[in-house]
Write a protein that binds this ligand. Structure first.
Ligand SMILES: CC(C)(COP(=O)(O)OP(=O)(O)OC[C@H]1O[C@@H](n2cnc3c(N)ncnc32)[C@H](O)[C@@H]1OP(=O)(O)O)[C@@H](O)C(=O)NCCC(=O)NCCS
Length: 222
């Protein structure tokens, strides 16, 4: 059920705190399939959230923001100031810990995990993981609002806060990736002055949604 717009205007935008960790991880999983829940296709919440969120919540929490309504976190924007640094830390610190936990059976995985990994490997073979447009646009973001809290201005207030933060840190450019299936996100980023700079066919989600998907990369001066 959608929360009325007048209630959403009461949402508070604030910096992320450690006690928000579980709430943002849950929203990440519940929006993991291009805005919809990923549970049908990826059963292990902990593994999914560790992969997507650990860098942002544990290594660069100062660049994360949340939206809170009536004491509950209803959405987040996580990001980084410098994508090359983020990628290096993800590769050398975050992923090795995840791999170790996976190989020591620390995650409860099931058939969905192996099916999903097969999709991932197939997408790699097809060379569909394109490079992000980082040149001149070093920062990036990921943002998601829980279902029911969208289209009421909360996302706009989160991104405005992040842009202020980037300016305060003297960052000049920002990029992001989304998909053609993120129906609210595409007009949202365009409205916020992002330019579509590249698009690629992406078959990893083939069969999960009825349409053909493209990865879209956007950039914006700060
Ligand atoms: C994308 C998202 C963060 C945008 O936040 P939001 O609070 O819904 O957006 P806002 O209400 O601030 O809307 C700003 C603009 O976005 C676009 N937009 C928002 N809702 C829309 C809708 N239902 N239909 C079409 N455009 C829409 C409009 O351009 C709108 O400007 P307007 O209000 O002047 O028409 C949010 O909808 C969301 O989390 N969606 C699901 C997850 C997702 O796709 N995340 C992005 C992953 S890359």
């Amino acid at each position: 059920m959608n929360v009325p717009k007048e209630n959403l205007s009461k949402a508070i935008i604030r910096k992320y705190r450690p006690e928000d960790r579980e709430a943002v991880r849950r929203i990440c999983y519940d929006t993991g399939l291009m805005g919809d829940p990923i549970d049908l296709y990826f059963g292990c919440y902990e593994l999914f959230a560790d992969y997507w969120m650990n860098y942002y919540t544990d290594c660069e929490p100062e660049s994360a923001f949340v939206a809170e309504l009536d004491g509950r976190v209803i959405g987040y924007l996580v990001g980084c100031l410098d994508t090359s640094r983020q990628e290096a830390i993800q590769k050398t610190a975050v992923l090795p810990r995840i791999r170790k936990k996976l190989f020591t059976l620390g995650y409860k995985i099931d058939r969905r995990f192996f099916k999903f990994m097969w999709r991932y490997v197939r997408t790699m073979w097809r060379n569909e993981f394109a490079d992000e447009p980082t040149d001149g646009y070093p920062a990036h973001l990921h943002m998601n609002l829980a279902e029911g809290y969208r289209s009421g201005g909360v996302g706009s207030r989160l991104i405005a806060a992040f842009l202020d933060y980037l300016r305060a840190n003297n960052v000049k450019g920002l990029h992001l990736g989304t998909t053609s299936h993120n129906k609210l996100a595409v007009p949202f980023y365009k409205k916020w002055g992002f330019r579509l700079v590249s698009r690629y066919p992406f078959t990893m989600y083939e069969g999960m949604v009825p349409e053909k998907i493209e990865i879209l990369f956007f950039t914006r001066e700060v």
